[in-house]
Design a protein around this ligand. Sequence first.
Ligand SMILES: Cc1cc2nc3c(=O)[nH]c(=O)nc-3n(C[C@H](O)[C@H](O)[C@H](O)COP(=O)(O)OP(=O)(O)OC[C@H]3O[C@@H](n4cnc5c(N)ncnc54)[C@H](O)[C@@H]3O)c2cc1C
Length: 346
Amino acid sequence: MAVARPITIVGGGLAGLVLGIGLRRCDAPVTIWEAGNYPRHRVCGEFISGRGQATLARLGMSELINQSGAATARTAAFFSATRSTAPRPLPSAAICLSRFTLDAALAKHFHELGGELLEGKRFTGDFGEGIVRATGRRMQTEQAGPRWFGLKIHARNVALTADLEMHVSPRGYVGLCKINGGEVNVCGLFRKRDGENGGANDRHELLRGHPGSPLRQRLAKAEFDENSFCAVAGLSLGPQPAASRAEICIGDAITMIPPITGNGMSMAFESAELAMVPLAAWSRGESSWNKARQQIARDCDAAFARRLAWAKWLQRIILAPALQSPLVGLVARSDWLWRMAFERTR
Ligand SMILES: Cc1cc2nc3c(=O)[nH]c(=O)nc-3n(C[C@H](O)[C@H](O)[C@H](O)COP(=O)(O)OP(=O)(O)OC[C@H]3O[C@@H](n4cnc5c(N)ncnc54)[C@H](O)[C@@H]3O)c2cc1C
């Protein structure tokens, strides 16, 4: 029997770990390079929604998620400075689990399946044959439109009116969702202002909302876990097709869907699943690297193009300050509008 060709995955985030788990299930030899260490906090809404939930189930990871104590989100409510909606049922339930727990559980599972995990190791080589890019979001270039940054912190003692609360403001939005361990994840995306220094106080204030806002009231008695605080800047939110990438890419390394959709983790899982069969075939010597790359890119573009296009417009509308309150008013009156926006972006 021919010896299986080894696959290297650069990036041990969600996409890289799920691909590694899937390839180990096909007996492919896999090494993952991860620059950080587990467990670690990540800037993320920690709200898993969309087709990627089925990917996790198909790969036998539902049990692992349940054992991690994930919360289930079934309702959502929306708030602007002047308007709010009552809790609405989510068209499909979401899984809410901290990245601190999720990434570490997936890393452990990959290791148990015989995968080699190089923690605390940054890959600096070339992405040649046999090497998959799962390195996450790409940095925004200087010229490309508004600059965005993300913040997140966990909190206790926060009573939510719905499993997910979305608070929009002229600077961006903050999402609150119940996660494992009885905590609430407080995560926001904000427009960077010229000359803003982004000191620790400013960042905490952004997450707490304007004085008098519904967000500020919700977090009035919150006890924040300062160790969970993290920030990320230079987010590139313009959609890119996978076919434009010269390497085999999965997850945010292809493109980042606007976080307001809560679908980025799902896309990481789905793209990893789409990459499994072509990469396992390459590992067995049944296909060329270039053929695998083309197939993965084609399948990812077919799966994601529509939702990326909807998400781009949705984000523009939701984050346009003048439209926020009318939009929340519309969602309060129209179940159809809310369901349509939810379904088209996943
Ligand atoms: C503000 C905000 C809120 C969000 N909210 C949600 C949400 O509620 N729901 C949702 O589904 N998605 C959300 N997302 C998106 C989600 O976090 C990402 O889509 C998801 O993390 C992508 O997974 P990934 O594996 O592609 O990348 P990552 O999770 O970023 O993993 C990439 C990994 O690669 C490693 N790496 C990078 N370069 C190297 C190198 N050279 N060598 C070794 N390792 C390397 C990094 O250390 C990292 O661990 C949000 C994003 C932001 C910014």
